[in-house]
Design a protein around this ligand. Structure first.
Ligand code: MIC
Ligand code: SF4
Length: 755
């Protein structure tokens, strides 16, 4: 039986009537995204036609998921909300804190000991507040959610940007910061800017080397890393129906890479098959009873340009495999053009490693297709030229692929199987020799490939592809190889061609697992004590941030003017820093160390305006903090792209940065800044970015009359005595202005609990 079946029954019981009411009110057929959004409006939220792209709306998500690296902050905040238990079903998944080094067993033992304090903390908080706990080794959050919790038509939030993976089972699942999760677990409504809608019509059918991953790799090339911001992508058409449920998950997963709020697919037979195969025939049976409500209206799909803000059409029958990268997931190259692109751009041609897994691509289907290639290594007398590494997505997948002999095939090509966890995908990869910073190429089936992400080496060129393409490329060892057309020379000197991948949508013998790694919470957790040692280096209880002082922000020093891509990895790096995710002061020592200073093109080197000496960003900011001098961070386009980690907002807040001024923000990061009481603003005229000089002292005025839709004014006091004024925009609504004034949203919850 499925988890939380009563909750699902309740959602389905009210859904048809709520959707009908919305359809009547809006007087038009509805997309699936609208059906889910309108049937999850908060009880006190009026039913009206919310303009897409600018109105904030309150929702009641059905569930919350958190992973270990973000759950620490989310739960440290939740513990202050004064509740006995969580208000909606919630889960914690231990997957980010396990370093991949030797292999699954040894690595897991090491991580369990190394992060014992954190896992014990998460386990006991979960136990106390009624939260389901998935132990280290149980699997990657999004795979475990898809296998156990996702349900068609549901709405969930999760403290990880790839929460959107659950769109593969027809959900509206959205990545958020921990403070948002805290609100929902505390029973408060959750606010979202009504998203615009992109319809992606899929025609035809995949065949041969192409896979679901190639759909999103192509979409990423079309939309770029910011093209999906504040938008939901809804896939439909005969091509959509022909995809497996986990393939749909892959497509939705990487919607995060185009900045989309989320992506989703209508309920269909593939989802029903997947639900049944994962022990949830009961959910499939329930979904069948309201299936017309769990997909977009026929009129919408027949005439998409009338109902979506944008429409993209992709013919799966013509879709070529793609390889995206290096350094950004939206640089899409069809495999037939890769050799030319690699040679032209001077990408290192030799592939050193092929990594298969991550929350994006670790389904049974993915692994079986990759295995069909690995098998050909011995069958065709070949030798794999690059190293193979595998991260199964969950213990259920691992157990099943072991039973079915797939792990043996990987062993034959010398593959290392790491723990069921994020591993190299989040920089938890103790890669031999990475410290030498040599130029090299790797290819993986993950979603992100930002500089330094996997192994900390800025000269690792990481490319993203489907698991089967990763396998083929790793066998060949070269970026110039096109498995669709080229041959390889085998050990006997013969020319051999790799056969097309084949696989299974679902395990023919069913899934199996001995111990999935789940720990149910105590029925009554009131007597459970959660201990945080005051001397701990890993965990620190939170002190409330101070409220706004009620006056304009004047005399701010420019901390850094960041140039170009500034993702959350640049603002708050992961990898070795993950261990401080529960300790705000310690993790603040990584603040913005990856951002490029526009004045000297260096990372982690900014001018201390008090001493005139260049120093590390956190050190300079701590010097300002010590003298109680506020500062400002300036950034470029899509600032804060990538992860949901709110540390990227809390660190500047903690260290005394007052304002973040950029050309544009990524959605989750902008909300995180607001929630933590920061002032996040944008240039009204993006070219004003060029006016900011290294020694500027900056004032932000208009805050005493801070109001929605009213721009603020920025004054640059240049070192030569000149002044320049210009307008800056903000997107704060009335409620968010209150967060700013209170010094953070949590201060408001705290006050209401006390009252
Ligand atoms: C990621 O893929 O970047 C992460 C690590 O899963 C993050 C969350 C985090 O920073 O902990 C995400 O995507 O939100
Ligand atoms: Fe983990 Fe990578 Fe997925 Fe993030 S993207 S949840 S780090 S596997």
């Amino acid at each position: 039986m499925a988890f939380d079946i009563e909750m699902i029954k309740k959602v389905y019981a009210s859904m048809p009537a709520r959707i009908e009411a919305a359809r009547k009110f809006l007087n038009r057929p509805l997309t699936l995204a609208e059906k889910i959004l309108y049937s999850h409006l908060d009880a006190n939220t009026e039913l009206k036609d919310y303009p897409r792209g600018n109105s904030y709306v309150d929702f009641n998500p059905d569930r919350v998921a958190m992973q270990d690296a973000t759950a620490q902050m989310a739960l440290l905040q939740f513990m202050q909300a004064g509740r006995q238990t969580v208000a909606v079903p919630s889960t914690v998944h231990c997957d980010h804190l396990i370093t991949a080094k030797v292999g699954a067993k040894t690595d897991l033992e090491f991580a369990t000991a190394e992060s014992k304090e954190v896992f014990d903390f998460l386990g006991s908080v979960s136990n106390k507040y009624g939260i389901g706990f998935w132990k280290p080794g149980a699997g990657i959050i999004h795979q475990v959610v898809l296998e156990n919790y996702a349900f068609p038509g549901g709405m969930m939030i999760g403290t990880d940007s790839h929460t959107v993976n659950a769109g593969g089972l027809g959900m509206v699942a959205i990545g958020v910061g921990g403070a948002d999760a805290c609100d929902v677990m505390a029973g408060l409504p959750w606010e979202l800017k009504m998203p615009k809608l992109i319809g992606v019509k899929l025609t035809g059918k995949l065949s041969g080397w192409s896979s679901a991953k190639d759909v999103i790799l192509k979409v990423a090339g079309i939309l770029t890393v910011k093209g999906g911001t504040d938008k939901i992508i809804e896939y439909f058409g005969e091509g959509a129906i022909s995809l497996s449920c986990t393939g749909k998950g892959t497509i939705c997963n990487m919607g995060a890479e185009v900045g989309a709020t989320t992506s989703t697919f209508g309920y269909d037979a593939s989802m029903s098959r997947y639900l049944s195969a994962t022990g949830r025939a009961d959910v499939a049976a329930l979904a069948d009873t309201i299936k017309e409500h769990l997909t977009g209206d026929a009129e919408v799909y027949a005439n998409p340009s009338k109902y979506f803000d944008e429409v993209i059409e992709i013919n799966l029958s013509e879709l070529e495999p793609h390889i995206n990268g290096p350094f950004t997931p939206d640089l899409a190259t069809p495999i037939s053009k890769l050799k030319e692109a690699a040679e032209k751009n001077g990408w290192p041609l030799k592939i050193e490693a092929g990594l298969i897994g991550s929350c994006t691509n670790s389904s049974y289907e993915d692994i079986s297709r990759a295995v069909s290639l690995a098998k050909q290594v011995s069958a065709k007398g070949l030798k794999a030229k690059a190293e193979f590494m595998i991260n199964p997505g969950s213990e259920q997948i691992r157990y099943t692929i072991e039973r079915d002999g797939f792990l043996d095939v990987f062993a034959e090509v010398g593959a290392t199987v790491f723990t069921n966890a994020c591993g190299p995908c989040i920089g938890m990869w103790d890669r031999v020799g990475a410290e030498k910073k040599e130029k090299n190429t790797i290819i993986h089936s993950f979603n992100r490939n930002f500089a330094k992400r996997a192994d900390g080496n800025p000269n690792t060129y990481a490319f993203v592809a489907s698991p089967e393409i990763v396998a083929a490329m790793a066998i060949s060892g070269s970026l110039t190889f096109n498995p669709l057309t080229d041959t390889l020379t085998n050990e006997k000197g013969e020319q051999v061609k790799l056969d097309e991948p084949t696989g299974f949508e679902l395990p023919p013998k069913g899934f199996d697992v001995k111990d999935a790694g789940y720990q149910a919470p105590a029925a009554d957790g009131s007597s459970i004590k959660v201990l945080v040692e005051p001397t701990s280096k890993r965990l620190q209880l939170l002190d409330p941030f101070s409220a706004w002082e009620g006056i304009d922000l004047k005399g701010l020093k420019l901390l850094i003017k960041a140039k170009g891509k500034c993702t959350t990895d640049h603002i708050s790096m992961a990898g070795p820093w993950l261990k401080f995710r529960g300790h705000l002061d310690n993790i603040s020592n990584n603040m913005l160390i990856g951002a490029v200073n526009a004045f000297n093109d260096k990372t982690d080197s900014v001018k201390n305006q008090i001493t005139g000496i260049y120093d590390a960003v956190p050190s300079v900011q701590r010097a300002y903090k010590a003298q109680d001098i506020g500062s400002i961070v300036v950034g470029d386009e899509n600032y804060g792209e990538g992860s949901s980690r709110e540390h990227a907002a809390m660190e500047p807040r903690h260290l005394g940065v007052r304002v973040v001024l950029v050309k544009s923000f990524a959605r989750i990061h902008e909300t995180n800044l607001k929630k933590q009481g920061m002032l996040g603003i944008t240039f009204a005229n993006p070219t004003d970015y060029d006016k900011i000089k290294e020694d500027d002292i900056i004032d932000v005025t208009g805050l005493t009359t801070f109001a929605p839709d009213v721009p603020l004014t920025l004054t640059l006091n240049h070192a030569d005595g000149n002044k320049e004024d210009f307008n800056v925009n903000h997107s704060y609504n009335t409620q968010q202005i209150e967060w700013f004034k209170a010094g953070g949203a949590l201060n408001i919850i705290r006050a209401s609990v006390k009252a």
